[in-house]
Design a protein around this ligand. Sequence first.
Ligand code: DGY
Length: 343
Amino acid sequence: MAPKVLVSRILPPQTQAKLLQQGFEMYQWQEDCAIPRNVLLEKVKGVDAIYCLFTERIDEELLEAAGPQLKVVATMSVGYDHIDVKAVKARNIKIGYTPGVLTDATADLTVLLTLGASRRIKEGIRAAEEGSWTTWGPTWLCGSQITNKTLGIVGMGRIGEAVAHRMKAFGVSHIVYSGRSRKATAEKNLNAEYVPFESLLTESDIIAVCCALTDETRDLFNYEAFKKMKKTAIFVNSARGGIVQQDDLGKVVDNTSNCYNSLDLCKVSQTVRALEENLIGAVGLDVTTPEPLPASHKLYTFPNCLILPHVGSATLETRENMAQMTLDNILAGLRDETLPFGI
Ligand code: DGY
């Protein structure tokens, strides 16, 4: 009998073609949006395998709805905070994910956000497109340089290390990191220094959040944390929105923007003053709470807050790799084998 598989989205083309050749008895959600919870709960009944994305919550309710024959849950993501791992493992169901293949794409995007935020790219694009670009000015749209800055990485895992390597090429002089444990390779190859979270906040010119969302890291960046940062700090999050208390971030960006807004940036003297007094701070986010962040959200209104719609891994090569790894996990799980990329 053909195995029953639920697939929660259309996959990138090459893997989608391979999926269709498997001869599964398959339910695949066909819309270009997350499968609604009620449809998921209905269609999961009796399946042997679930091929999901991080947009689907895999919890007791879903496992109960699926039934005792379920063998494997494979997510096309490296993050698995949407999966109740304890509940799944308690039922002896295997869990697969996609480590490694999205490191480069996500690190690239983290650097893009860092450069974009520090060089005020949002304001620059707006000025060009909206006609407020009048003339070249010695201090107009001046941001801050990466060279000789201290980079703080929160979570020196695969992605954190890849971000640090890239940023080293841009001239950062010192790399500090915090997290659960020391990382020998980062210390050896990057001369990175393991510091308490508090020190990372106060010392860093650029802070990149690269850790997983766990009970320990949820809301890690709250108002108290933001207050300890340098007023000039560039804060970038390409990990998970839940690591940041977003309302507190709003307050902080609000204060920083007031610094901008209280100065007429067209007046050279005041722009120089802003730079001299280090009033320039900026934020780059690829992840938010909720996702999508509604277009009416206040965070979009800040000129120094750059927001992207969770596209860290969005290169076709990476997405094909992620999709293929997830399919490999499903196939191994259905054969009762150890998953090639299991948790
Ligand atoms: C992941 O894989 O966890 C990303 O957030 C999406 O690529």
